[in-house]
Design a protein around this ligand. Structure first.
Ligand code: PMP
Length: 376
């Protein structure tokens, strides 16, 4: 399958002359090319791999080698960014001409796609998922026009926790749609089926987004990446700020990629805790429904969810209210905590649900009394 990049990419990006400097070609010697502080950093942090903090970072190639090994892909297929948030923004910025072109989002989904779309002045078209949180393929295909340049798909979905089948992604990639599909796999390591990032070998209009923030537990270092056809990755690299990842981020990312077994162990712990917590929630009478999940969070349907959410937060247990999203009426999104945190969560939830139910019962009695009085 060929990629008509010239037609897909914004003309100004296609013709962009990217920032280049002497350091791109010469990395050793007496380095007086980048206006760094030759007397060193005020912090005396030794970097055993020769990456000194008074120098601009240059370790991205090594980092990409490790990511490539981890995911079974090639270095040329990787763009590294400040979290996958950067890759989400770049995807829109590269392909959507402001004020002219569009993205499609499939709510309930990660709200950053719309926010970045709005910032980049892309029209944001919503095609909600089906009630069981799958792609509504007919509606999706109907919503596609020549102006649609990116379709965001989240798998496992945030907040749904539901995986989109590989066949559905392939169906979209093989349809008449000529734009990009951005497949966000932030939570893929928590899922029982593997990443679909190998599809980039066959489909040049696919960008897969991944992150170290979730399964590796490294949200604080801000490291994510996009996996795509090398010619698409070239454009991501042209558009990014010159030294987007800090030396510490690159270093910690490389260290963490040596600890993949550790990551898998943690994922197993999270999955076990998730399943236990979901079971306990199912046994809580006030919880009407707990949706199954392949992520480190899940949706729970609870009567008067917004009040419950507020009251829980006031008591120090903060979850997310998702009740305004399609097919999420009265839903709270709960991130799986440690066993101790989950114990407090369950106790607080039970107390709060009881209080809210009592309040509603009191209100109902008061209303009845008022009505009786006005009727008299
Ligand atoms: N995608 C999804 C679906 C997410 O939920 C998040 C974070 N909440 C991100 C991307 C962004 O992750 P990062 O920390 O890598 O920017």
């Amino acid at each position: 399958m060929s990629l008509d990049l010239e037609r897909l990419i914004r003309p100004n990006i296609l013709n962009l002359v990217p920032y280049r400097c002497a350091r791109d070609e010469y990395k050793k010697g007496i380095l007086l090319d980048s206006n760094e502080n030759s007397f060193g950093s005020v912090l005396s942090v030794e970097q055993e791999d020769g990456q000194e903090l008074h120098r601009y970072p240059f370790a991205y190639a090594e980092l990409k080698k490790k990511i490539a090994k981890f995911r079974g892909i090639r270095v040329e297929q990787i763009f590294t960014g400040v979290g996958s948030d950067e890759a989400i923004d770049s995807t829109i910025r590269i392909f959507c001409s402001p004020g002219k072109e569009s993205i499609i989002v499939t709510p309930p989904t990660f709200s950053v796609y719309k926010v970045r779309g709005d910032i980049n002045d892309a029209k944001v078209i919503s095609v909600p998922l089906t009630p069981d949180y799958q792609l509504n393929m007919d509606k999706l295909k109907k919503a596609i026009t020549p102006e649609v340049k990116v379709i965001f798909i989240c798998s496992p979905g945030n907040p749904t926790g539901v995986r989109i089948p590989r066949e559905d992604i392939i169906e979209l990639l093989e349809s008449d749609y000529k734009g990009m599909v951005a497949l966000d796999e932030a939570y893929v390591d928590f899922s029982t089926s593997p990443s679909d990032c190998d599809l980039v070998d066959k489909y040049p209009n696919l960008v897969v987004l991944q992150t170290m923030s979730k399964s590796f537990g490294l949200a604080g270092i801000r490291l994510g990446w996009a996996i795509a056809h090398p010619s698409v990755i070239d454009v991501f690299n042209k558009v990014k700020t010159p030294y987007n990842l800090s030396t510490m981020t690159a270093k910690m990312g490389m260290d963490a990629l040596e600890l993949v077994d550790e990551m898998h162990q943690r994922v197993k712990q999270v999955q076990q805790e998730r399943d236990k917590l979901m079971e306990s929630m199912r046994q809580t009478p006030e919880v009407k429904n707990v949706r199954s999940s392949e992520a480190n969070f899940f949706l729970a349907e609870i009567e008067h969810a917004h009040e419950v959410y507020r009251m829980m937060a006031d008591k120090g247990v903060v979850v997310q209210y998702k009740g305004k999203e399609p097919h999420c009426k009265d839903c709270l999104r709960v991130t799986v905590g440690t066993p101790e945190e989950n114990k407090v969560l369950l106790e607080t939830l039970k107390d709060v649900c009881k209080l809210v139910a009592e309040q509603h019962a009191d209100d109902a009695t008061e209303n009845k009394t008022k009505k009786r009085k006005t009727d008299q």
